[in-house]
Design a binder for this molecule. Structure first.
Ligand code: AP5
Length: 219
């Protein structure tokens, strides 16, 4: 399977991609996680990216595209992948097609757009936590860990994200809405765009995602 999950910040792409990848032995490639890891390591790319991320702006395409395409090529021979957060605009989508698309066949089997209103986005992001060790996502109300502030999987502490501050979230939403039309129309023209109602519980959305993939015959 070659799938893309895209949608507003906080709509649950990472949560669902983590789950689907574990269930079907796929690689989950999150551009945000890759950029945050580079920033934490203090690589030149990470240092440059961090300023954009903290302000809720997109990291420039020339930095992101090279990083992500390189990672994708490394795993082309694997069973499949779920992309989460890349491509994020039309230019990035064209770069992905240019590298992995084959004549008459898109680089992706399906591009799933997660649909969620702004109020729910803010609600989800204000309570988001993730594991400082393995990155497993949590929410203080919707999917809390068994022991407060400790990861169920590896026991490390949970942390919030600096770009989840309400003022930064509003900017991230604007950036998303600005670029979403271009991405949507690009994948519609390739015939692989599908929508997912992301407003239900995590289990409900997971069932919805599975139903769409089954309907499309994507394995
Ligand atoms: P990135 O990390 O990709 O952030 P995002 O797209 O804004 O998405 P999020 O990770 O915030 O949300 P999500 O949809 O994955 O939701 P999650 O599952 O965590 O990007 C961060 C930054 O990096 C960007 O702003 C940009 O600067 C840069 N960047 C990244 N990619 C780039 C690119 N391609 N080009 C340029 N720049 C790039 O869920 C959120 C919370 O809700 C969690 O707490 C979760 O537990 C909870 N939750 C999930 N589902 C549900 C549910 N159904 N019900 C209740 N709670 C739920």
């Amino acid at each position: 399977m070659r799938a893309l999950f895209f949608g507003p910040p906080g709509s649950g792409k990472g949560t669902q991609a983590t789950r689907l990848a574990a269930e079907r032995s796929l690689v989950h490639l999150s551009s945000g996680d890759l950029l945050r890891a580079a920033a934490a390591k203090g690589t030149p790319l990470g240092r440059e990216a961090k300023g954009y991320m903290d302000r809720g702006e997109l990291v420039p395409d020339d930095l992101v595209v090279g990083l992500l395409l390189e990672r994708l090529e490394e795993m082309e021979s694997r069973r499949g992948f779920v992309l989460d957060g890349f491509p994020r605009n039309r230019l990035q989508a064209e770069a992905l097609e240019g590298r992995l698309g084959r004549e008459g066949r898109s680089a992706l089997d399906v591009a799933l757009e997660f649909l969620l209103g702004d109020e729910d986005v803010v609600d989800r992001m204000s309570g988001r936590r993730s594991c400082s060790g393995c990155g497993t996502p949590y929410h203080v109300r919707f999917s809390p860990p068994r022991v407060a502030d400790r990861c169920d999987r590896c026991g490390r502490s949970l942390v919030g994200r600096s770009d989840d501050a309400p003022a930064v979230v509003r900017g991230r939403l604007q950036v998303y809405r600005r670029d979403a039309d271009g991405l949507r129309s690009f994948y519609r023209s390739l015939g692989c765009l599908r929508e997912v109602d992301a407003s239900g519980t995590i289990d409900e959305v997971a069932r919805f995602v599975t139903a769409v993939l089954d309907e499309e015959g994507v394995e």
